[in-house]
Design a protein around this ligand. Structure first.
Ligand SMILES: NC(=O)c1ccc[n+]([C@@H]2O[C@H](COP(=O)([O-])OP(=O)(O)OC[C@H]3O[C@@H](n4cnc5c(N)ncnc54)[C@H](OP(=O)(O)O)[C@@H]3O)[C@@H](O)[C@H]2O)c1
Length: 327
């Protein structure tokens, strides 16, 4: 089969599409034909050896996938060949086939297309966990999303609206903010041309926001934390800007704010049932057209290195999806 191989940690341009032996499912494992796999910022970090997880070399990157069961190993009775499925293997998705333990595989509703499933697992899973389990976002509260035009950002705008929040989407370009408005954002801020704190103060009549969703880091984080009102919750999701901010702790004391870490991958391993339930809810919302993952590109395997470069260089928008059976 064809797979995108990482043979040494380094620039994403080193990744090569290669012929590798077809994987065979062992006991308790499932062989999935990958119909679609989502690209994520952490894929770009992982192939450079800069992510918290460093798989043994060589490895196939790709954290999330949707496809169809081709075969099952001994002892697997939850799936049969032909079942539509989805999964977050953490690595291995940028290939025509992927073997993974049956307990990591989730059924995919027949009406959920593979590209939308693959575009929604990691980003929407992270977001629902962050907003519901960590921040306890309530209907009617105000949510500020930074990097709102990116993968997790667009998910946070969509899920924030579904949970009944008033959403302020903040991003770096008119096109990204237009995407956010289409997803239902109530207000937008272009933080390259507007002062984030002043604009949030104006939009909230001085009260500040209840929750901040921050996948960006850098200088924006402190401004966003200062923009939360009494009892505000600040979600630390990622550092796409490359800089981990150092925050004066008096900002947590003032206004009785909480700074909450989000590590969806580890939480999912610790709480597999709850995580599976949340992914199933997300899948149902997409099927009901209450949630719309923003897929801006569908690529073949050979397009992945360039697309990861775009993600790392702030040129991507929404979600990029690989169709490994394509060109
Ligand atoms: N904690 C978790 O469990 C978890 C799970 C998934 C992802 N993450 C993290 O969340 C972050 C975003 O992931 P993603 O897949 O949504 O990425 P993405 O699609 O590239 O979105 C990141 C956004 O960050 C903004 N940004 C600002 N400076 C940037 C820079 N120098 N380079 C790239 N982007 C920059 C961009 O928006 P503007 O240009 O509009 O500012 C971009 O749209 C990553 O740090 C990732 O590791 C964390």
């Amino acid at each position: 089969m064809r797979a995108l191989l990482c043979t040494e940690f380094g620039p994403v341009s080193n990744l090569r599409v290669s012929e590798v032996p077809d994987p065979v499912p062992g006991d308790g494992e499932v062989l999935v034909r990958v119909e679609a796999a989502g690209l994520n910022y952490p894929d770009g970090l992982m192939v450079q050896g800069k992510y918290q997880v460093r798989p043994p070399l060589p490895f196939v990157p790709g954290m999330e996938l949707a496809g169809v069961v081709e075969a099952v190993g001994k002892g697997v009775d939850a799936f049969v060949p032909g079942d539509p499925v989805m999964a977050v293997p953490g690595a291995g998705a940028f290939a025509e086939r992927c073997v993974l333990p049956a307990d990591q595989v989730l059924p995919r509703p027949a009406s959920l297309p593979p590209d939308l499933a693959a575009a929604s697992l990691l980003t929407h899973g992270t977001t629902l966990h962050a907003l519901e389990d960590r921040a306890r976002l309530r209907s009617g509260e105000t949510l500020l999303v930074l990097g709102a035009g990116g993968g997790v950002g667009t998910a946070a705008v969509g899920i924030g609206k579904l949970l009944g929040a008033k959403v302020i989407a903040a991003a770096s370009s008119a096109a990204r903010l237009e995407t956010c408005r289409r997803l239902g954002a109530d207000f937008t801020v272009d933080y390259t041309t507007e002062d984030l704190r002043e604009r949030v103060k104006f939009l909230t009549q001085g009260r500040g926001v209840d929750v901040v969703f921050d996948p960006v880091g850098g200088a924006l984080s402190e401004a966003a934390l200062r923009s939360t009102g009494w009892g505000g919750r600040f979600l630390v999701v990622g550092f796409a800007a490359g800089e981990i901010p150092r925050i004066p702790l008096n900002l947590a004391l003032l206004n009785a704010r909480s700074i909450l870490g989000v590590y969806w991958g580890d939480w999912s391993r610790r709480e597999p049932r709850k995580s599976a339930d949340e992914l199933s809810r997300i899948a149902a919302w997409i099927c009901e057209k209450r949630l719309s993952p923003v897929v801006t590109a569908r690529l073949g395997l050979s397009g992945v290195p360039g697309a990861l470069e775009d993600l790392l260089a702030r040129r991507a928008h929404g979600k990029l999806v690989v169709l490994p059976g394509g060109p």
